[in-house]
Design a protein around this ligand. Structure first.
Ligand SMILES: [Zn+2]
Length: 490
């Protein structure tokens, strides 16, 4: 059985990839595409934020099963906002210790549901070895000691005493020591290099594993640099960044001696976790939620929850709102509806989801089970104005346009927690603004259900194993496990 290398490029977008392919500036991606299969529109999950998406990728489930709602969400048991390190000013306000613990420990050991299994756990059960190189979701059968870099300890005064779980090989930048750590140059591990959470570190680790004959059966390599650049540069000018990513992928292919040898020995899967939408350049493209929600008592970062009306958790182009006083929920929904820059407003109703369009107030309701079958074979009840979710029926099948796989994805987000929640998304070119959170005017941003944020290219090379002609990120875990099941150990 071939080994599998999964390259997860943050904010990889089909338009940018295809422009680079046309200009012949990404030879490694071109090679993998030419030798394999290519889908330009693989659907990711919602919210289109790395924490929720990677949880789905690694577990093959939507957030209603894996229970990681997003990058920022509210934990009603602890009465705390959970932040997996997004936006330094809000992390500072929430407490660096709290947020560092959220991402280093809670995410994998507490928040990710024990009812689901990760690809690492499933492969271990089959006697296969695996590695997670800098992936945020890495729960697996082995315990690894986390050692914060001296500078990080100095800055945060945070002491970390717990072990985290992971596959056979785990890197979280320089924070976990692996057998190949000595081969990784020091200059890619400093504070300015995010302590090793960068493309260079992950690729050095992958190369060292391959060249030293320690390559595990499955290796998930997370490449985050593209995301940072696209946020700044705006998605229309992301080609240069992807060219650099391609150079990293070339280094991995080179480690096999030749690129031909690489695809002979390994299955390569390349995809992204979400896309990005270009944000307008004027202040009106920031939907100021603090101002819109002024009539209500909104919990401010760092405050203790008391008699507040709601908690707001900003995930860039989507936001979770948690009404604390249900008598005020209708007034909150009315206020949100008055803002036409809000695209969709959704909340739980009965066993389903009510969705309202911002501005117009048009509504559609859907619930699992029922007479309608969608593109992926799931059954639904749908009533009201289908146009709100841009749904249409063709040859007896419910199909999606601007909001891919929207029924399952929106349901998955709203049912990721058992408390009253409202989901709102911003129209294309807009993002949500709340105090202390980062903004991206004239840059790129993601989080929403819209296809701009939701479609990623997918390349699979080195195997003929069938994959749905309408692929989704949530289906890839099963695809990987099946690759190994199809070739059991003799
Ligand atoms: Zn991002």
């Amino acid at each position: 059985m071939k080994k599998v290398i999964f390259l997860l490029v943050d904010s990889l977008m089909p338009t940018v990839l295809e422009e680079c392919l046309r200009l012949k500036t990404v030879p490694a991606l071109q090679f993998l595409k030419d030798r394999g299969r290519y889908w330009r529109e693989c659907v990711t999950v919602f919210p289109t934020m790395t924490a929720s998406v990677d949880s789905s990728l690694v577990t093959g489930t939507y957030p209603d099963a894996h229970r990681v709602p997003g990058l920022i969400w509210y934990d009603p048991q602890e009465k705390k906002i959970i932040d997996y390190l997004n936006g330094w000013r809000c992390v500072w306000k929430l407490g660096i210790d709290h947020c560092a613990r959220n991402v280093l420990y809670d995410l994998n050991e507490r928040h990710l549901s024990k009812q689901v299994t990760t690809v690492f756990e499933e492969l271990a059960a089959r006697g296969k070895t695996s590695a997670s190189l800098n992936t945020i979701i890495h729960r697996g059968p082995k315990k690894h000691r986390v050692r914060l870099p001296f500078l990080a300890r100095l800055l945060t005064r945070f002491r970390f005493h717990d072990n985290v779980s992971g596959p056979d090989v785990l890197t979280l930048g320089a924070m976990v020591v692996t057998p190949v750590s000595p081969q990784i140059p020091r200059h890619v591990q400093g504070m300015r290099q995010r302590f090793g959470i960068n493309d260079s570190f992950a690729v050095h680790a992958a190369k060292a594993l391959i060249e030293s004959g320690q390559q595990p059966d499955f290796m998930l390599v997370y490449l985050p640099d593209n995301d940072h650049q696209v946020h700044r540069a705006n998605p229309a000018h992301a080609e240069n960044t992807l060219i650099r990513v391609d150079q990293r992928i070339q280094q991995i292919l080179n480690a096999f001696g030749s690129w031909e040898a690489a695809v002979d020995q390994c299955v390569f899967i390349v995809t992204g976790d979400h896309g990005q939408t270009r944000i307008g350049n004027e202040r009106e493209f920031n939907i100021d939620l603090d101002r819109l929600l002024e009539p209500f008592r909104v919990l401010q970062l760092g405050e203790e929850l008391r008699d507040h009306d709601l908690v707001v958790c900003n995930n860039e182009r989507m936001t979770y709102l948690y009404p604390q006083n249900l008598e005020r929920q209708e007034a909150i929904l009315q206020q949100l509806t008055s803002e036409s820059r809000i695209d969709l407003i959704a909340w739980k109703q009965g066993n389903g989801v009510m969705v309202r369009e911002g501005g117009s107030g048009r509504e559609v309701f859907f619930a699992p089970g029922g007479p309608y079958v969608d593109l992926y074979g799931s059954e639904w009840t749908i009533s009201g104005e289908w146009i709100v979710l841009d749904l249409y029926e063709d040859q007896g099948i419910v199909r999606y346009r601007d909001y891919p796989d929207v029924l399952h994805r929106l349901y998955g987000a709203l049912y990721s927690q058992d408390v009253p929640m409202i989901v709102i998304t911003a129209r294309p070119r807009y993002e949500f603004l709340t105090r202390l959170y980062p903004r991206h005017l004239n840059g790129g941003c993601h989080g929403s259900l819209h296809k701009y944020d939701s479609l990623v290219p997918l390349i699979v090379t080195g195997t003929d194993q069938p994959l749905n002609e309408h692929p989704r990120l949530v289906d890839l875990k099963q695809f990987i496990v099946k690759l190994f099941d199809a070739h059991p150990v003799p």
